[in-house]
Design a protein around this ligand. Structure first.
Ligand SMILES: [Zn+2]
Length: 93
């Protein structure tokens, strides 16, 4: 069995190995992808899947792993960033 850390996708709520998910962080400038998983701050994880991104935009209430409730506009901006950078952010490694 793998010892890879398990994280929960904030879009669909399913658990997955950390390496299969894209990290996002809530920084001073709002939500942003952190594909290298190096940025400080509270992080969350999303599958590299548009369905999960849409789920993240639709959901309401606080994101537990981020300890905040990102406004919908902020969620949409993050997803737009993910879509725009999908080739570099989402490439499996
Ligand atoms: Zn997901």
């Amino acid at each position: 069995m793998s010892a890879a850390p398990i994280r929960t996708c904030v879009g669909c709520g399913q658990r997955a190995p950390q390496g299969a998910l894209v990290r996002i962080v809530a920084g001073s400038e709002g939500l942003r992808p952190d594909p290298a998983r190096r940025l400080p701050g509270r992080g969350g994880y999303l599958h590299p899947s548009p369905a999960c991104w849409a789920g993240f935009v639709r959901r309401r209430g606080p994101v537990r792993s981020l300890r905040l409730t990102p406004p919908r506009a902020e969620r949409e901006r993050l997803v737009a960033t993910l879509v725009g950078s999908s080739e570099t952010v989402l490439k499996p490694r």
